[in-house]
Design a protein around this ligand. Sequence first.
Ligand code: FE
Ligand code: FE
Ligand code: ZN
Length: 295
Amino acid sequence: MVKIGSHVSMSGDDMYLGSVKEALSYDANAFMVYTGAPQNTIRKKISDLRIDEAVHLMEEMGLSFDNVIVHAPYIINLANPDPEKREFAISFLTEEVKRSAAMHAKQIVLHPGSAVGGDRELATKWIAEGVKKVILNTKDLPVKIALETMAGKGNEIGKTFEELKAIIDLVDEPNRISVCFDTCHTHDAGYEVKTDFDGVMKHFDEVVGSKYISVFHVNDSKNEKGAAKDRHENFGFGYLGFDSLLKVIYHPDFLDIPKILETPYVEGNPPYKEEIVMIREKSFDPNLVEKLKNK
Ligand code: FE
Ligand code: FE
Ligand code: ZN
């Protein structure tokens, strides 16, 4: 069975329990959460996250912990030239990995970082050093750090498979590091995901190794291939299109890997329940966005 879900929120009084309820409301069997607002690093204590209740509900509803993913906040930059800020990023990520483990999540997605001054080689070195320290700080925790493939906006590191491979090699902890493959980002970075996903995966396998992929973000893109923009579109409504994205979801080599939607809300309405129906039924509804507008 395909493992499909979306990012869900973790906030208010319900926290993690609310995340599980939201995922269930979309009939998802996978989900991804930020442990607080993605644009800041203010976090509640682990004891206030309502983990026990969330875990009970997951067990009751047959939601596997293997399909639970945490996403680190995107303002964290392990490649910040300011050593104090790099230290902060490392200690914050260490706490994020501990929270992820407490939540029974098996992986935390990380945007590798941004080469602020433009020196990509130095940035790559700092990122690898930072990831390595986080792994050492959380030695026995069964949580992988999943480096996300990036669109290449600004000075983002991780636009090419070679850059991810360089980090993975420097970190040298194959059991604790993996890759989150985002379809919108790789398309925006210039890879031919739309018409030749098999070719892209062959290339990925040669450079990094297919076994490193631990999660897919299955987003459509608002922009042409190579635009380096990173603007997600609803499933089937962008430049990638429904059939190309279905090919990723049902690819026989990756059936066991969870797939997460980060497609945009339509006028305040989450599209996930309906997008998951389209994916399960393998049938595109060209009126979906219109319907969501009028919900
Ligand atoms: Fe991301
Ligand atoms: Fe993503
Ligand atoms: Zn994105």
